[in-house]
Design a protein around this ligand. Sequence first.
Ligand code: ATP
Length: 202
Amino acid sequence: MLIIGLTGGIGSGKSTVARHFETLGVPVIDADDIGRQLVEPGQPTLATIIKHFGSNMLDDKGRLNRARLREQVFRHPKQRRDLEAILHPRIRAEIQRRIANLSPVCGYCLISVPLLIESGWQDLVQRVLVVDAPRETQIRRTTARDGITRRQAEAIITSQVERDTRLQAADDVIHNDGDLAALQAQVEALHQRYRQLAERQR
Ligand code: ATP
C-alpha cells in the first residue's frame, strides 16, 4: 500500500484537501480525529492525561476541556512535551493499526498529520504531500473560521515548523492560494499520479 502523508500549517487547507480525496474514494486516516477519539470519556488515555494534568482539565460533564489544556501546554513547553509523550505513541500505534486494516484494493491511502514534520513522523509514509498557503491567507482563513484573533493565529503559525522547512520536506505540493476549483483540480491531478505510482508498486 502506498502511503501518502498529508500535512500543512494551520488553515492551509488540509481538511478541505482530505475531504476531496475522500470523495474520490481514497481512504484517509486523520491523526487529529484519532487524537480526539483517544480522549473521549472512558478512554484510558483520558485517565492518563487527567492523572498528569489534574481534574480541572475536565468540564462538568467529565469531558476533556481541550481548549483549557491547549492553552496550558501552549504556555508551558515542558507540559507540551509531557502531553505529546502521552498522546503521540498512542496516535502512531492507532495509525499503524488502521493502515494494517485497509483493503489493498484501495491502492493508496492518505494519512493526515498536521505536525508530520514537527513530530518527525515521515518514517510512517512513503511520500509527503504539503498543502501550502501564504501566511496572510492562513491568518485570514483561521480568524474567519475559528473566531480567533490575528495575534492568536500568528502565535500558532510561529509555533509550527517554518513554511520553507515544510516545503523542503515535501515530495508534492498543493498550492492553496486560489479558489476551491483550483484546489480540487490539483487534488485530481495528484490522484491520477498516486494511482499510477501505487500501480507500479504492486
Ligand atoms: P487546521 O490546521 O486549522 O485544521 P486546515 O489546514 O485543515 O486547518 P481547512 O480547514 O481545510 O484547513 O481550511 C481552513 C478554512 O479555509 C476552512 O474554512 C476552509 O473552508 C477554507 N478554505 C480552504 N481552502 C480554501 C480555498 N481554496 N478557497 C476558499 N476557502 C478555503
